[in-house]
Design a protein around this ligand. Structure first.
Ligand code: URA
Ligand code: ZN
Length: 387
């Protein structure tokens, strides 16, 4: 495997499609895109997070222009991107509008990907694939969600779906969502679980810390709670073939998984509810490698690898599960450099973190897996590599 040739694949990269940006521009309350004047300069700004500084963040063509995505990929040596709509998706819309817009945006994203260039060295593959959207809002009929899953299944470049943590209002552990998990599992779509709401913003205090606390802590804690609730609800037992990809390396789940297991074992209500020890479920999940540090990635990989020790009963156990369930990502176009720079430090840090993982650096196949091959396997595109 020494001379292995593999593409670099980004599984965590976002877009506000032009139709979605237009929806945000037409709004007068957050989430919205507004014109912001500072002295003689007017620019568009994005206001989406609860309680964020009133000027939000600058937003521009890097959020919607496909050429900018391709240029960014080229600059960083990324061959393939699995592009997803950025938060807050359709969460803020009434059910009827969410349903229409989901279908339209899914078709837009299919077109965005289908018309992208083939990868130079692997012409069986396109540069762009996508995660679609479901109309996950209160009062939507579950049958409407299922119809949208059917639509996604029919779009060849859409390989998964991105969703936040609210479900249809009660979170992802809502039993009413079981038909959705069933349909997604049957369709073989990958679910990318991504945060937006963070935690109660009063916990962030009163100092102006910009976006640091919601992004560095609120986002991963939100994901941690969402996936823990999913585990506790038995969704991973009922739908063992569901492929869930967690943003930001699963937040604090790997760090807290033994504590979680212990709390479950000691809880009279939950102790007998699950098929396996909580740590087992980490081996059923996929984690992006958007953690910015080698030590953290090494830890996540080892914690995932340990999962098989906690399987109860029979069944097959995947060997070396850790390095096969971590996948490179960038979070583009978020975290741009503050000063003009050739390459984005946020991307370079994530690449260096993968290359510096302990126990992985001497093994070229682990790099190849995390940087690209795991993604192609997850999205059932591995056969196309040599097509
Ligand atoms: N900020 C966001 O709002 N979303 C992301 O995905 C990353 C940063
Ligand atoms: Zn993201």
């Amino acid at each position: 495997m020494a001379n292995i040739k593999y593409p670099i694949v980004d599984v965590h990269t976002h877009v506000y499609l032009p139709r979605y940006a237009a929806e945000l521009r037409a709004r007068t309350s957050a989430p919205r895109i507004l014109n912001w004047t500072n002295g003689s300069k007017t620019e568009e700004r994005l206001l989406i997070l609860d309680g964020e500084p009133s000027a939000g963040r600058p937003v521009g063509p890097q959020y919607w222009d496909r050429d900018e995505k391709l240029e960014f990929m080229q600059k960083h040596g990324i061959n393939i991107s699995f592009v997803s709509s950025a938060n807050p998706w359709l969460d803020f819309l009434p059910a009827a509008r969410a349903q229409t817009l989901a279908q339209e945006l899914n078709n837009d994203l299919e077109e965005y990907c289908a018309t992208s260039p083939a990868v130079e060295a692997f012409s069986g593959l396109k540069s762009l694939y996508g995660f679609g959207l479901l109309p996950l809002v209160p009062e939507v009929e579950v049958s409407t969600i299922i119809q949208t899953v059917e639509q996604l299944k029919s779009l060849p470049h859409i390989r998964g779906v991105i969703m936040g943590t609210k479900g249809i209002g009660k979170g992802l552990d809502d039993n009413a969502l079981d038909p959705m998990w069933d349909a997604i599992q049957a369709a073989g779509l990958v679910v990318f679980i991504h945060p937006h709401y963070g935690v109660d913003s009063t916990l962030y205090g009163e100092n102006n810390n910009g976006h640091v606390l919601p992004l560095a802590l609120g986002f991963p804690f939100e994901t941690t709670i969402a996936i823990t609730r999913l585990i506790l609800s038995g969704v991973l037992d009922r739908f063992p073939d569901l492929r869930l990809l967690l943003a930001h390396s699963g937040g604090a789940l790997p760090q807290l998984s033994s504590r979680l297991a212990s709390c479950i074992h000691h809880d009279p209500i939950v102790a007998k509810r699950l098929k396996h020890d909580a740590r087992y479920y980490l081996g059923q999940l996929y984690f992006d490698a958007v953690a910015y540090g080698s030590e953290e990635l090494t830890f996540v990989s080892r914690t995932i690898s340990r999962a098989s020790e906690f399987q109860s009963g029979g069944g097959t156990v995947e060997a070396k599960v850790g390095s096969t369930r971590l996948l490179f990502g960038t979070d583009h176009p978020f975290f741009p450099p503050l000063e003009a720079s050739q390459k984005w430090p946020s991307v370079e840090d994530n690449l260096a973190a993968i290359r510096g993982m302990a126990g992985v650096d001497s093994k070229i196949e682990h790099h190849a897996n995390i940087l690209g091959l795991n993604a192609l396997r997850l999205f059932d595109l591995h056969d196309q590599l040599y097509a």
